[in-house]
Design a protein around this ligand. Sequence first.
Ligand SMILES: Cc1cc2nc3c(=O)[nH]c(=O)nc-3n(C[C@H](O)[C@H](O)[C@H](O)COP(=O)(O)OP(=O)(O)OC[C@H]3O[C@@H](n4cnc5c(N)ncnc54)[C@H](O)[C@@H]3O)c2cc1C
Length: 618
Amino acid sequence: MVPFGCTNEAVLDKIDPLYYPPALTGLRGSHVGSYTDAHSRAWAEKSDWGATTALKEEYDLIVVGGGISGLSAAFFYQQEHGRDKKVLILDNHDDFGGHAKRNEHTVGDDTRLTFGGSQSLASPHTYSETARKLIEELGVDLDRFKTAYDFDFFKRNNLGAVTYFNKQKFGEDKVVKHPFCDYPWYVQGLQRPVLSHEEAAKQAPLSEKGKEQLLRVLKGGLHVLKVPKEGLQEYISTHSYFDYLRTTLGVDDSGVLEMARNSCADFSGAGADVMSIAEALECGVLGLDPLTLKDLIGEEEYENNIKEHGYIFDEGDQYIHHFPDGNATIARLLVKKMIPDVGEGDSAEDIILSKFNYSELDKSSNIVRIRLNSTVVNVVHGGDSNSASDVFVSYINDNRSYRIKGRGVVMACYNMMIPHIVPDLPNEQAAALRRNVKIPLQYTSVGLKNWRAMKEMGMGMAMSPGNMHKVVMMDFPVSMGGYNFTKTPDDPCVIQMIGCPFGETVGAPPVEQFREARHKMLGLKFKDYEKEIREHLSGMLPSELFQFDRDVESITVNRWAHGYAHSGHALYDPDMPEMARKGRQPFGRITIANVDSALSSYVNVAIDQAWRAVKELG
Ligand SMILES: Cc1cc2nc3c(=O)[nH]c(=O)nc-3n(C[C@H](O)[C@H](O)[C@H](O)COP(=O)(O)OP(=O)(O)OC[C@H]3O[C@@H](n4cnc5c(N)ncnc54)[C@H](O)[C@@H]3O)c2cc1C
């Protein structure tokens, strides 16, 4: 296939019409080839890329990074300065959207859509005016989700949250109909367990001592700390959840600690072993129901706490704002606004089934161009940063080096990468940017011929503390824009398997764990993932209902080696907010967007940071 996004117009005209990344399966997310040049630059400090072609192209704005933040920056720039302003967006992946990627699975004659990363608009009614206005301009009707989301789906099919204990870690393959944590309840409509804590602990495949400890944790709660109400918030913010388990509750059973460590899954991206009690509480980990805090510190302080830290969705803003392909719809809408010929459809609704034509993205006749498979390796001012009017951007595409000129640059890429590619940054700013070591996450989507086994097992979500994927779940039941969510258990569907690859050493500093896990993640091959998924699903689901080779049609392993922004943990790196503030300062004609700049991994934050970066350019 002709490498897409190459800069030779003659070749561009011949782009394979079959080039359509959303339908690719196998290793996706940070796909093979997307990070090679960036790692050569960052790890081996490579600077000799061979002969560089200085292109004649000139832009008003060059955006580094084609995620929601980069796309929003391009959109805002044109809105502020005129739709005739020329913009180029460069991204190292073979698809746009950053974490907001669309996965398509072909199962028989059916195409199933799902999210490859960024999944839903979380609490969109609390978004800033900037983000809300943009979402509205893109044609998103938030009220539409009240009918698009099938609230009754889980009840109708009697699907609840369970826990799968695997043989390898827990000695036997066993499903207990209790999640042992609060993680599942963000999925609206998922059925609550019928088993009592006592019965669930009894069924868990643990030693007698382990069962007794598990029950103690489930019944624990913050009152056992015996800290006066006035000092409680301070206490839980400065004390470790794992110390609370070990010291206050006397837990030493490895199975219970394993369950606890994995019980927050991707809410934070880090294991509960590095969390303060307050952080663990926000994530609803094993034994800590966030609502218990309300009783202890009072409603007002509890509400303030939530406002500050997020995570818990109130009834007025349920977690239902989910497009069939997740937040890829937001990315696609932004692209469609700026490059209208890319596909059919004008609103969020009618874009869902629109198949984009990728050969429209980088046409020389476009005012906005998106160039994929292009890793930026150098960004320098044309002279003194205080007075220069131009910035030169070098990027690598298909092993060739190119240079282009822009009047301004928005860096909407990973913040820790910026010091490697903007060599003239002030030292203090560069050091601050380097601190944002991103959190690895894994979102695997699996196309199934039917979900009869999940239905018979009453399984809407399975916490899986012993597996690489900590959670297996039915996709969100949303139908819109002509796309219908799976109807009966005999119809094809997609399930999601979510993994947070922590480091091996319990309690090691989060940043060390992220690095170790990322290294391991990038070393795995597709066959390693397939083996793991095969063992996981086959161990969890009864063989009379599920046969891997018969029932699994496709697997897309979205590896996000650089996933969430690292917002800092109270017990390890509480200075992260200060680092973000220092890091995101404008530098001459170069400004910095991306969620990393605000340490908060949400779509609205990506948009807000884009807006700030565009305004800073003037
Ligand atoms: C698995 C996962 C699930 C998530 N779920 C949600 C959710 O449900 N709701 C929510 O609101 N948020 C969610 N998020 C947070 C997500 O980060 C934001 O929603 C948003 O998509 C981030 O956009 P961004 O543009 O800031 O960053 P990114 O999406 O990371 O985009 C940055 C882009 O820059 C590219 N880049 C980096 N370096 C270079 C370079 N040198 N040259 C060229 N390109 C480069 C990157 O490869 C990437 O494509 C999730 C994140 C992950 C990882």
